[in-house]
Design a protein around this ligand. Structure first.
Ligand code: NAD
Length: 442
């Protein structure tokens, strides 16, 4: 079923940047990720000059698809799940964005995640538009074969919207290489030919890329390193606290650890732990694998969620879900630099509080762009059927992220904005220039 977006976008407003006030119809602390995204666009709009006239295109998703995903459960019952795929903007290239399996997935959330992909891909200048998908499901409550049936039926339902030159999904929360393999196989079976480039984040044996698994965490580390350089903070002997110990959090933790930064606190959905002398990420990983939780890792103390956000550390890395740092806890943050591994973890009101308190926030659209950057490398390798070494991939990723950080930091310094607004200026200019050059069809 093709449906229209359910959230009314704001009317174009060419606000005076000196008298900016959030429009009353936006209540970002209540309305969730899509309202947060709209607020972020309102904040950048005054900086876009004549291109600002085209900004309406950024607050309307291009296509929104909602699908029913019925599957046969192992006990013979039939269960229905709701799935989505959203193309936010494809002015600069095919859609690109992950697939999330989570019981909290909603359409406005997927719309926001798709929009953030448009901004991210443009901010680091990879030639994709923005897309995202998800299924409202608790995958941990499914058996492996139920999970496979869910993935295959969802892929088949969204099949006409994806493709190597149309929209290329990738892993996100609770999806992984195996799920990408099933997606690739299902789409290829329906198409009648093998198309490895229809998804990224695949297993190596199916055209995946070396370095993809750790790429998002590596990008988090590279942008944090560049920010530390800018703020004269030495990595060796510094401290970091990480929320989320999955694909992003675990890879980032290992890199910080390798560079002499102590991992002092970790929070996951099952609790939080602290050790001022540093936690070995590998030991924590093994402990979670054995026990299913961070709690009880020898040598650590339990932390409440409130205490976790107050951790005394140079770096605080939210790498789990949206809306984690809000006006309720932004005033308690003691870190000097927040690196947004997750998408949308800091609300606009929290952004203002942190900005006033001198906490540097490296925005998601820059900090976690390492994943889509290596996804781009994977897609290029699949098309050319020529694969690069891990060293080459990591070096290219490091260079691209370092240059993106420098370019965005320069805009922030020149215009006197936050890094987030600067990243949005760079990205929105690229998207709207593409839109202007393409013209309006028909
Ligand atoms: P994941 O499923 O591998 O890990 C998620 C982690 O978050 C787990 O450790 C989980 O315990 C924790 N978590 C979940 N709910 C929590 C809660 N309420 N409180 C504390 N911790 C909680 O997911 P991931 O792929 O690492 O993605 C994490 C974030 O990074 C998401 O926002 C995702 O959109 C973003 N992201 C991921 C990638 C990627 O390549 N995987 C790329 C860019 C952005």
């Amino acid at each position: 079923m093709l449906i229209s977006p359910t959230v009314s976008p704001p009317q174009p407003m060419l606000a005076d940047m000196n008298t900016y006030a959030a429009p009353s119809y936006l209540a970002p602390e209540r309305l969730g990720p899509w309202a947060i995204y709209l607020e972020q666009i309102e904040r950048v709009r005054p900086w876009l000059g004549a291109l600002g006239e085209l900004a309406e295109t950024l607050i309307r998703p291009k296509r929104v698809l909602m699908v029913d995903v019925p599957i046969r459960m192992d006990d013979g019952r039939m269960a229905h799940f709701e799935g989505y795929r959203v193309h936010h903007n494809t002015a600069r290239g095919p859609g690109k964005g992950g697939v999330r399996f989570h019981p909290g997935v909603t359409l406005p959330e997927v719309m926001a995640l798709a929009a953030w992909m448009s901004i991210k891909n443009a901010a680091v200048n990879v030639p994709f538009g923005g897309a995202k998908g998800g299924v409202r499901v608790d995958p941990h409550a499914l058996s492996l074969s139920e999970l496979e049936r869910l993935t295959r039926r969802y892929t088949s339902e969204i099949g006409f919207m994806i493709g190597p030159d149309r929209d290329i999904p990738a892993p996100d929360v609770n999806t992984n290489e195996q799920i990408m393999a099933w997606m690739m196989d299902t789409w290829s079976m329906n198409a009648g030919h093998t198309a490895t480039g229809v998804v990224t984040g695949k297993p190596l044996a199916l055209g995946g890329s070396l370095g993809r698994r750790d790429a998002t965490g590596r990008g988090v580390f590279v942008t944090a390193r560049e920010a530390a350089r800018q703020c004269n903070i030495a990595l060796a002997g510094s401290r970091c606290a990480i929320q989320g110990f999955g694909n992003v959090g675990y890879a980032a933790a290992r890199l910080f650890h390798q560079h002499g930064c102590k991992l002092v606190a970790v929070q996951t959905s099952k609790g939080a732990v602290f050790n001022g002398a540093g936690i070995d990420p590998e030991k924590l990983y093994d402990h979670i694998k054995r026990s299913g939780t961070v709690s009880g890792l020898p040598g650590t103390d339990a932390l409440s969620s409130d205490e976790f956000w107050r951790t005394d550390a140079e770096f605080l890395i939210p790498a789990a879900l949206e809306e984690q740092i809000t006006r309720a806890n932004a005033g308690n943050v003691r870190a000097k630099i927040i690196v947004e591994g997750a998408n949308g973890p800091v609300t606009p009101e929290a952004d203002d509080i942190l900005n006033e308190r001198g906490v540097l926030v490296i925005p998601d659209v820059l900090a976690n762009a390492g994943g889509v950057t290596v996804s781009y490398f994977e897609w290029v390798q699949d098309f050319s059927s020529f694969f690069w070494s891990e060293q080459e991939i990591n070096a290219r990723l490091d260079r691209l992220m370092t240059e993106a950080y420098a370019a965005i930091a320069a805009v922030a310094a020149n215009r006197g904005t936050s890094l987030r607004t600067a990243a949005y200026i760079v990205a929105c200019e690229r998207i709207l220039q593409a839109r202007q050059l393409r013209g309006l069809y028909p």
